[in-house]
Design a protein around this ligand. Structure first.
Ligand code: SIN
Length: 321
């Protein structure tokens, strides 16, 4: 009876959303349907006895919070440690799923699969996309050799590091940029085109230590994101410095470039002890280092993921990426 079960954790999102009018895919309230009911509506690939559900949160993912992340990481770690569990699926809103996926990969570096899934249409839609996405996610979580944190949406499997929401409306709302998807689900079978995310870069002990740090941390480090644009000034950076920010990620233009007025403010903040990281507002490509760099680059991470990485670093959490 080893590795028989998939545990499905619910956190809310459009996949659990309801509209008053089934023909409306826009005017609905996210996070209304319990995860146990979502599983009941997904095209069945497994018997119910091989699945377990647990409602960890019930939120619109734009409201994702540090306490929910900590609670989720703890429940994922708990279930992955069970020898009768082969993987965990998480139902989540599309808006911040890439952040939660990156956070879980960084903190847990799991050797078993953790598959986040979501939907662009509410559960009440005439043709909802959630049931198929959930069914695909369960298939991926049960795939032999699967490991690490991935996001499954519209038949595509994305790694936690590369995935980004790139469309506001389309059902296929996610991209993996230059890296490309890890694989695709076709007719109930998974075809991999890249390797699974590396597991065990942090060991189970390190994950336990990471969770302990998250548990003990009452206030997470204050790290914010500022964007560069034509006519940018140093005003937002100066205000953040006065407010006691510990880190700033700049969503720079192009190769992470920053307006000279903003750069002056960032240098002043850096001299005052603020950690500054340079990312790019471009959705494709990575920031490459240059000889005259004043700020470290984000190592290919998008601004939102570079922010999570910096917060975790400031907390002393070992990053399993
Ligand atoms: C959310 O992110 O919770 C709402 C939007 C969505 O899931 O598409």
């Amino acid at each position: 009876m080893q590795n028989q079960k998939i545990v499905i954790l619910g956190t809310g999102g459009t996949i659990a959303g309801l509209a008053k009018d089934a023909s409306s895919n826009l005017d609905y309230t996210a996070a209304q349907v319990r995860v146990s009911d979502l599983v009941g509506a997904a095209p069945g690939l497994r018997s119910n006895s091989t699945m377990e559900t647990e409602q960890v949160a019930q939120i619109d993912s734009k409201d994702m919070s540090f306490p929910v992340w900590t609670a989720l990481a703890k429940r994922v770690q708990h279930h992955l440690a069970r020898c009768d569990v082969e993987g965990v699926v998480i139902t989540h809103g599309t808006d911040t799923v890439e952040e939660t996926a990156y956070f879980l990969q960084a903190v847990l570096g799991p050797a078993k699969p953790v598959v986040l899934t979501c939907a662009m249409r509410p559960a009440s839609a005439l043709e909802p996309d959630g049931p198929q996405n959930l069914s695909d996610a369960i298939l991926v979580a049960g795939h032999a050799g699967a490991q690490g944190v991935v996001v499954v949406c519209a038949g595509l499997v994305h790694s936690a590091v590369d995935v980004q929401k790139i469309h506001t409306q389309q059902l296929n709302a996610f991209g993996s940029g230059d890296a490309g998807v890890l694989g695709l689900v076709e007719r109930n079978s998974l075809k991999m085109s890249r390797k699974w995310p590396l597991a065990q870069q942090i060991r189970a002990q390190a994950a336990t230590k990471n969770i302990a740090i998250l548990n003990q941390t009452e206030a997470w480090p204050k790290v914010d994101i500022v964007m560069n644009y034509a006519g940018a000034s140093g005003a937002v950076v100066d205000a953040l410095f006065v407010l006691g920010v510990q880190g700033i990620v700049v969503a720079g233009t192009g190769n992470g470039t920053v307006h000279q007025a903003m750069e002056a403010a960032l240098l002043q903040a850096q001299a005052g002890g603020v950690q500054v990281v340079r990312a790019t507002r471009c959705t494709q490509g990575r920031v490459l280092p240059r000889a005259d760099d004043r700020f470290p680059h984000s190592d290919g991470l998008s601004p939102v993921k570079a922010r999570i990485s910096l917060m975790l670093r400031l907390m002393g959490v070992g990053v399993g990426i």
